[in-house]
Write a protein that binds this ligand. Structure first.
Ligand code: DGY
Length: 332
């Protein structure tokens, strides 16, 4: 039995032979994540941890063990105290790039479903309310030719506008006008080739028929969309969030949707997550809520798991992680 030990916090959709030839592997078998107390106990016994965004990897946990690597199966890593890991010289891996298209596809599914009221239509039909063709039944806005506002144009945590391009290309197929706002403006050549216009957040909110959020979860994006931002939006506008729940103030979202301040929203995230079953948000017909499945295509999840295992193995064998959140540890 290899002496090196790793803990994987959930079953993964790939085989683990290569990892098993290098390490003793324990996989958490439950559907629910291990509790923080269990993680705290495990971390004292292992060399490598493969975790998910549902695992709280904070300073106390990081300082409790002697981890050689933390490998997250997600592109986002707001559940991990990166500073604490860096202070301990522990490389943190993540899985950028491979889920950009799947997440953009799902964003588009939410945008279309919300605009054309697909979920409401299904509920209406199942409730036996479909009695005839009606000229004004379940009307929604046009998607073709509308204005799309993209908030956050880069790949999470990086300046590369990969994600923004992915959304812009989809929007182009629907002949949309595309506004974007981002910490960093793209090169003019890229703006031109994608047909996108840079604007302030305020302008994006005021002008757009659909606003889609793609910023990372960070101190400066916490509740980026609150009452004031909803007030700036058109009453006919639809908000899509497939980024992180913390970007939208849930109370403001409820008020905006319940009062008709905006027409609709579709979110793949919540704050907290999962959304509590007694949340008022669940009473709204003009809100679609999905359980954080943006990247959930079979191929994508398998690629994410493969990347996470590769990062884990690299960390265990002392190699540089291909996708490292804190590469500065290699300089010191
Ligand atoms: C991520 O990777 O950060 C997504 O939220 C889950 O795929």
């Amino acid at each position: 039995m290899p002496q090196v030990k790793v803990f994987i916090t959930r079953r993964l959709p790939i085989e683990l032979e290569q990892l098993r030839s290098l390490a003793t592997v324990e996989v958490w078998p439950e559907r629910q994540p291990p509790t923080y107390e269990i993680l705290l106990k495990k971390v004292k016994e292992i060399d490598g941890l493969l975790c998910l965004l549902t695992d709280q990897i904070d300073r106390q946990l990081i300082e409790s063990g002697k981890l050689k690597v933390i490998s997250q199966m997600a592109v986002g890593y707001d559940n991990i105290d990166i500073r604490a890991a860096t202070a301990q010289q522990i490389p943190v891996g993540h899985t950028p790039g491979v889920l950009t298209d799947a997440t953009a596809d799902f964003t588009w599914a939410l945008l279309m479903a919300s605009a054309r009221r697909v979920v409401e239509a299904d509920r209406f039909t199942r409730a036996g309310l479909w009695q005839t063709w009606e000229p004004d039944l379940l009307l929604g806005p046009n998607v073709t030719g509308a204005t799309l506002g993209i908030v956050g144009f880069g790949r999470i945590g990086q300046a590369m506008p990969t994600a923004g391009c992915t959304y812009a290309r989809r929007a182009k197929g629907f002949e949309m006008r595309i506004l974007y706002t981002s910490r960093q403006r793209c090169q003019p050549e890229l703006e031109q080739s994608l047909g996108v216009e840079f604007a302030t957040l305020e302008h994006v909110l005021q002008e757009s028929d659909f606003v889609t959020l793609h910023t990372p979860s960070a101190d400066d994006t916490y509740h980026l969309i609150s009452d004031r931002q909803f007030e700036l939006m058109k009453r006919s506008a639809i908000l899509i969030n497939t980024a992180r729940g913390t970007i939208v103030d849930p109370d403001s979202l409820y008020r905006a949707l319940a009062s008709g301040q905006i027409a609709g929203a579709a979110v793949d995230q919540g704050e907290p997550e999962p959304i509590p079953t007694d949340s008022l948000l669940l009473t709204l017909d003009n809100l679609i809520i999905a359980p954080h499945i943006g990247s959930a295509s079979r191929q994508t999840r398998s690629k994410m798991a493969t990347m996470a295992i590769a990062n884990l193995i690299a960390g265990l064998t002392g190699d540089r992680l291909a996708d490292c959140v804190n590469p500065e540890i290699y300089n010191s």
